[in-house]
Design a protein around this ligand. Structure first.
Ligand SMILES: NC(=O)c1ccc[n+]([C@@H]2O[C@H](COP(=O)([O-])OP(=O)(O)OC[C@H]3O[C@@H](n4cnc5c(N)ncnc54)[C@H](OP(=O)(O)O)[C@@H]3O)[C@@H](O)[C@H]2O)c1
Length: 280
């Protein structure tokens, strides 16, 4: 596929008939007026996907930025239910509170942020499906779910699960969970896609970037989207919004893809799972 042909093919990733814009803005740690401004600016640049969560304490600002852009209808907004809110009554209340903070017509994609083994999954999924049926969210999915959990939820959910949002970048091998997503027809959404700033400065990514006139971060993001993975890089700098979005006009060769794959190592995980009740 030429870079031009692949460009249009990769602007969205389709899962179960739902199209997810391939590059989204991550908003963890963005706060206040900066968060409003960056969200609005990102949409002006071309982003059509914004990622927030109840835990990030910025749903109000994200909603304000989306409305200020004037392009609400074109933008997919994801939020996530925190793991302490997975009992049905808590989930329903917290989703309605999220919507009130976002001040949007509906959430586009609602995710279970982390699994919580203290709440039966069937109960949580029942409440998620109800939120969809009642129009509070258009689609539902999960985040930080393991292969075993993906197998389980896809058996019991009455509504299609669109994605698993997971930590994913060249320094971490996520092949098993990516294969499970493919098997279940779910999209993979990569969080921490530039390894929280670990991509810039990496020798391999810098070298490949130089050959294409791109930065290491752009190569890192391109490596993911070229595998059909959605990316949600975060930045607090307007100039980097453009850099992180400008990844559709070049293509990595098979040899470059393989070389980047070789960067994975055993201690590549960034986000600490140990804070959460483990279920794997
Ligand atoms: N579902 C989950 O459990 C979960 C967990 C973690 C994250 N997430 C989501 O995923 C999003 C992204 O992940 P993340 O925030 O952990 O990490 P990330 O996007 O991989 O990295 C963000 C860091 O990289 C820097 N950066 C951004 N663009 C850059 C560029 N072009 N060149 C150099 N440095 C750059 C940023 O600094 P500057 O601000 O200075 O640019 C920031 O420090 C989050 O914001 C959140 O929405 C979800």
């Amino acid at each position: 596929m030429t870079a031009k042909a692949s460009q249009s093919a990769m602007r969205t990733v389709e899962a179960k008939g739902f199209k997810i814009p391939t590059v989204g803005l991550g908003t963890w740690a963005l706060r206040g007026r900066d968060c409003v401004r960056l969200t609005e600016q990102a949409i002006r640049i071309g982003y059509r996907h914004i990622d927030t969560a109840q835990m990030y304490d910025n749903e109000r600002e994200v909603g304000e930025g989306v409305r200020a852009s004037g392009l609400r209808a074109e933008v997919m907004v994801t939020t996530k239910v925190q793991p302490t809110m997975l009992a049905p009554h808590d989930l329903e209340r917290s989703v309605k509170e999220s919507l009130a903070r976002l001040r949007l017509d509906a959430i586009d994609l609602l995710l279970i942020h982390w699994p919580n083994p203290r709440v039966p999954l069937a109960e949580t999924l029942g409440a998620m499906a109800k939120m969809k049926r009642e129009g509070h969210t258009r689609q539902i999915g999960v985040s930080n779910f393991t292969v075993a959990l993906l197998d389980e939820v896809n058996k019991i959910s009455s509504e299609p699960l669109i994605c698993d949002q997971i930590e994913c970048h060249p320094f971490l091998n996520q092949d098993k969970v990516i294969s499970a997503c493919r098997r279940h027809g779910m999209a993979v959404v990569a969080y921490s896609p530039i390894a929280r700033g670990g991509a810039p400065g990496n020798k391999v990514l810098e070298k490949i970037g130089k050959a294409h006139g791109k930065t290491a971060s752009q190569v890192c993001l391109r490596w993911l989207i070229q595998q059909g993975i959605v990316v949600i890089p975060r930045t607090s700098r307007v100039e980097r919004l453009k850099e992180n979005f400008d990844i559709f006009d070049f293509e990595l060769s098979n040899a470059e893809m393989r070389e980047i794959r070789g960067l994975a190592h055993g201690s590549g995980r960034i986000v600490d799972w140990t804070w959460s009740p483990r279920w794997d």
